[in-house]
Design a protein around this ligand. Structure first.
Ligand code: HAM
Length: 530
């Protein structure tokens, strides 16, 4: 049996898109394009520039930024080890070599190999082929020291006892085993961490501040799929980095989302805002909340998820949607009463700035958000027609995140719109595009008409019309039926008579009327009509 021929009894597998991923098809994609085009236009009027980012990054980046204990990082990321360089893989084996003879010649040969390995590993580390993790940095440094001592021994400068030799070689073996030759990478679950990484890596702190960036693209989270929740979903994300933390910046970012939603005529938009304090006042509040939640009469009335969160992240208890917990949560202490003076002033000013911009909002003291980097302002938009997954945009301030990722102290605020949900809501309220029909269907018959049809198609397309040119000739009746099915507005009929006379027949499919035009007149007529 030749390669590639399936065995008779084996049915070919029916491939399906991976659970939680989906195909976006026309005409829906026209709506996606319209939404993205509107984002480009509206965001540009607020001075934002587009940034395009990698789809995968070091796992560590998200662990640091989003937080190792968050659901996103601890449960939902698609992570994998990048493929290590085969040459480096061999070095790992050389380091992890069980030494059986301490005879000088054998040791000298081994030390020679180890020196080559060390210098290659150092070079690879400089070039970024070996991941620059803290563990690798420490291991390479220790390896240098150990090999240095073995060199001293084999050169007769500083003899080591057999026991010492055995210990040092065992330590080298351990390093060989521990060395991480391949980076652990993750498909991005969100974009803020990447934008901050890019801000630092590209020295954007040298640009006039603040730097306003936005990006549109797929994100990946291994959540339980349902309506409005996917494992590959799309975000329209915008970030303002650097400059001051003036409340007007928070308000303008929120105003931009509102302007965008208004432009799209999104229905039932509701904006919730909150302030979750800063590193000075929040810990005090969290302590208080934790103490309250830990009271036996309260704790025993909470479900297992909330009980677990008392230890891991008490603020997230406020997020709970569990019905039985609602009356308990309503009575918990509220952060607004525990903000430090700066945070309280900032929050009041954000609200004032929103009012000045005519942006309606609802204060929601339970809006804490599920990512660790937030401080002060947090906000969420909901829209109609989305069921339980009705958050269509989430965001907030994250001063300090850039610093946490190794950059200079930098202010930051931003948001991400869930594009899938935005589209769903637009469709539910009847804002989806109608099936896009062709403008003109060319019904041609005969060899001479074929050449004319090709020319007509070229000219009409050049003028911007959408044209369907059948590849083979069809009887006119069949051609008109086809034109109808495709939702064409006009049929251009080209037969022997039309070509001979130089007068082309244009049939309006809606009412069946038809008229004859010369080639230039036809273009003028269509331009007027369409
Ligand atoms: P987030 O709240 O995790 O925030 O996500 C923002 C939006 O993305 C959500 O409101 C929702 O519309 C959409 N979304 C999230 N997960 C899914 C999913 N599995 N399926 C469909 N849509 C989803 C962030 O990602 C932050 N990075 C936002 C931000 C930017 N904060 C500051 N700057």
């Amino acid at each position: 049996m030749s390669e590639g021929t399936a065995k008779k009894e084996e049915k070919p597998r029916k491939f399906q898109a991976i659970r939680g991923t989906r195909d976006l098809l026309p005409p829906e994609t026209a709506l996606w394009n319209r939404v993205e085009q509107t984002a480009h236009e509206v965001f540009a009027t607020f001075g934002f520039g587009e940034i395009r980012l990698p789809i995968f990054e070091a796992t560590d980046l998200f662990a640091r930024a989003v937080g190792g204990d968050t659901d996103i990082v601890s449960k939902e990321m698609y992570s994998f080890e990048d493929r290590p360089d085969a040459r480096l893989e061999r070095y790992k084996h050389i380091l992890d070599f069980e030494t059986t003879s301490f005879e000088m010649n054998a040791i000298r040969a081994q030390v020679h190999d180890l020196q080559i390995v060390l210098s290659d590993l150092r070079a690879a580390s400089r070039q970024g082929d070996v991941p620059d993790t803290t563990a690798n940095q420490r291991n390479l440094e220790n390896l240098g020291i150990l090999i240095g001592e073995l060199v001293g021994h084999s050169a007769g400068e500083k003899r080591l006892s057999e026991a010492d030799l055995a210990r040092k070689l065992a330590a080298i073996q351990r390093i060989g085993r521990d060395l991480e030759l391949a980076e652990r990478v993750s498909l991005r679950p969100e974009a803020t961490a990447s934008v901050c990484r890019a801000y630092i890596e590209n020295g954007m702190q040298q640009l006039p501040q603040p730097v306003k960036l936005y990006t549109i693209g797929p994100m990946f989270r291994r959540e339980r799929p349902q309506k409005g929740r996917y494992r590959q979903f799309y975000q329209i994300d915008a970030e303002v980095l650097g400059g001051s933390d003036a409340p007007a910046i928070d308000a303008e970012v929120i105003e931009m989302v509102m302007t965008f939603f208004d432009r799209l005529e999104l229905q039932g938009v509701q904006l919730d805002i909150n302030s979750i304090g800063c590193k000075d006042c929040r810990p005090e509040y969290v302590k208080l909340l934790k103490a309250e939640l830990s009271k036996p009469e309260i704790m025993e009335r909470l479900g297992p998820d909330s009980q677990r969160r008392i230890e891991t992240n008490p603020l997230r208890v406020l997020d709970s949607k569990v019905k039985e917990e609602q009356p308990i949560i309503e009575k918990l202490p509220r952060i607004a009463n525990h903000l430090c003076e700066e945070c309280a002033t900032h929050y009041a000013a954000v609200k004032h700035e929103l009012e000045m911009r005519g942006v309606f909002f609802r204060e929601n003291w339970r809006l804490v958000r599920g990512l660790d980097y937030y401080m002060r302002t947090t906000f969420e938009f909901t829209a109609q027609g989305l069921g339980s997954q009705n958050a269509v945009c989430g965001g907030g301030r994250y001063d300090g995140l850039v610093e946490l990722l190794g950059g200079p102290p930098t202010k930051g605020i931003g948001f991400a719109i869930g594009e899938d949900r935005l589209i769903l809501s637009l469709q539910e309220s009847g804002k989806g595009p109608a099936q896009q029909g062709r403008d003109v269907y060319i019904a041609w018959m005969g060899e001479r008409a074929h050449a004319t049809a090709i020319r007509a198609a070229k000219d009409l397309r050049k003028a911007g019309f959408s044209v369907e040119l059948p590849p083979v000739e069809q009887k006119f009746g069949k051609a008109l039926g086809q034109a109808d099915k495709l939702g064409a507005k006009y049929a251009l009929i080209l037969g022997d008579n039309e070509v001979a006379e130089g007068l082309w027949t244009l049939k309006t499919l809606a009412d069946g009327s038809q008229a004859k035009y010369t080639e230039p007149d036809l273009l003028v007529h269509l331009k007027r009509q369409l």
